[in-house]
Write a protein that binds this ligand. Structure first.
Ligand SMILES: Nc1ncnc2c1ncn2[C@@H]1O[C@H](COP(=O)(O)OP(=O)(O)OP(=O)(O)O)[C@@H](O)[C@H]1O
Ligand SMILES: [Mg+2]
Length: 219
């Protein structure tokens, strides 16, 4: 499995100006690889990840999943890509406050027809992330770091080929952050591709490759 970004350009209209946030970005990640993307605030990291997740259209260029351009897929196929092939951890919380923690984590499992034991799997993942005791709680009663871990668990439930994580450790203390990195490292060893955006310099040593987004270019 391979996730590729080819000649990606993204421009936004800001006021009267057209700003080019991504300027010919190329990237290739295979499953089993753990890559980290750093860059100043506003450099376009979230924009890049959102495009790779099929959430934002590029101005030009392609995102290829196993050679297939995700923006040429039908809506239904793109939904299947987002639900099954990738796990997306957004920068801002997207945990649903009217569901319990357990139901939040199980939700992506039920969005498509599939076989398995979502409850057992969810409990296992919550345990790996150290929040199994919060299972029956409402997200309204959780801390920022606990909510982040619910979002991480939800991204893992369908055993995606790639995890796209936008600053997953930003609300966590050093020790909890390291535990998340350990979980990601283990997933990578078992064949998941990890693409992680971070400002957390201590995590860099754990990745196979590190990129910096600067001036619209990935170096
Ligand atoms: N929908 C949008 N419309 C217009 N401009 C946008 C839009 N989304 C992002 N931008 C602009 O694109 C640039 C990159 O934003 P982005 O969120 O990708 O940065 P980032 O590297 O993730 O920053 P941070 O580290 O603060 O999260 C910023 O200048 C931002 O204002
Ligand atoms: Mg961002």
């Amino acid at each position: 499995m391979i996730l590729e970004v080819k000649n990606l350009i993204k421009e936004y209209i800001q006021g009267d100006d057209l700003t080019r946030v991504l300027d010919d970005v190329n990237l290739s990640v295979t499953n089993g690889e753990f890559i980290i993307i750093t860059g100043r605030s506003g450099s376009g990291k979230t924009t890049l990840l959102n495009i790779m997740a099929g959430l934002t259209f590029p101005s030009s260029g392609k995102v290829l999943f196993s050679g297939q351009d995700i923006f040429s897929l039908t809506d239904k196929e793109l939904s299947a890509y987002r639900n099954s092939k990738i796990g997306f951890i957004p920068q801002v919380s997207s945990v649903l406050s009217n569901l319990t923690v357990l139901d939040n984590v199980r939700l992506p499992f039920f969005l498509m027809k599939r076989q398995g034991d979502p409850t057992g799997e969810a409990v296992k993942i919550l345990g790996m992330l150290g929040i199994e005791k919060l299972m029956e709680k409402s997200p309204k009663r959780l801390s920022g770091g606990q909510l982040k871990r619910v979002a991480i668990a939800r991204a893992m439930i369908n055993k995606p080929d790639f995890i796209l994580a936008d600053e997953p450790t930003s609300d966590l203390d050093d020790q909890t952050a390291m535990e998340i990195i350990k979980v990601f490292t283990e997933l990578a060893v078992n064949g998941t591709g990890i693409i992680m955006i971070t400002h957390d310099l201590e995590t860099l040593g754990h990745a196979n490759k590190q990129y910096n987004l600067i001036g619209g270019h990935l170096t």
